[in-house]
Design a protein around this ligand. Structure first.
Ligand code: ADP
Ligand code: ZN
Length: 223
């Protein structure tokens, strides 16, 4: 099964993907995590993409595709995968379709998460990430604070604020989303695989409920 998580920055794609990967027993690939790992390990690839990420711009398609194609060729994704943060442009979506076609596969469902804009901005700037690359837990100082300030509940590592959680960068990322990624909603609507749902703490519609609804929807579709 090929599942795509779509949604503006900080919608909660990653958190829902984490729940779904356990329930569906397939791996989740986060392009942002792969990129950040390359940056922290100072790989050649990491050096090329850092400038874009620091500004909240998208990494150019050719670089993204080089990295994601090789990841999608690894054995653990043969039975299915959740894509979190990829594709993010029409070009990437088309390239993914071509890639899957060669293996007689297709995108089965695109989960399009919607969250009110002001909530997104608030969420992004209050976001703190675990510094342990193996853990990657995400917290929010208001909505989901760690039990001990500045420390990850799960692994005890220090938390930090990602550069892209700074207000100017967060705002730019939303603009980039509207321009580059939002057109994917229509792209997938046309092929009938789009499942749009709301994720908003303000109306108490949380990630677990959303994940449960996705599972239901997959069942309804016989997937
Ligand atoms: P979030 O989960 O907050 O939406 P991500 O971790 O997915 O953020 O992505 C962080 C940054 O990594 C993006 O702002 C962008 O610079 C880069 N990035 C991640 N995935 C892609 C992609 N598919 N195409 C281009 N850039 C990407
Ligand atoms: Zn941790």
């Amino acid at each position: 099964m090929i599942l795509i998580m779509l949604g503006a920055p900080a919608t909660g794609k990653g958190s829902v993907a984490e729940i779904l990967k356990e329930k569906l027993n397939i791996p989740s690939i986060s392009s942002g995590d792969i990129f950040r790992k390359n940056i922290s390990e100072e790989t050649e690839f990491g050096k090329k993409i850092k400038v874009f990420m620091d500004k909240g711009e998208l990494v150019p398609d050719d670089l993204v595709l080089e990295m994601i194609t090789s990841r999608l060729n690894e054995d653990d994704v043969k039975n299915g995968v959740i894509l979190d943060g990829f594709p993010r442009t029409l070009k990437q979506a088309e390239a993914l379709d071509k890639m899957l076609e060669k293996e007689n596969k297709k995108v089965d469902m695109v989960v399009n998460l919607e969250t009110p804009r002001d909530e997104l901005l608030e969420r992004t700037t209050n976001r703190r990430n675990c510094s342990n690359k193996e853990c990657n837990s995400i917290y929010n100082l208001i909505l989901h604070p760690p039990k001990v300030e500045g420390i990850c509940d799960k692994c005890g590592s220090p938390l930090y604020q990602r550069d892209d959680a700074k207000p100017e960068v967060a705002k730019n990322r939303l603009e980039v989303y509207d321009r580059e990624t939002a057109p994917l909603v229509n792209y997938y609507k046309k092929t009938g695989v789009l499942y749009t749902t709301i994720l908003s703490q303000r109306i108490n519609r949380m990630k677990d409920e959303v994940a449960q609804d996705v599972i239901e929807e997959l069942k309804n579709k016989g997937l």
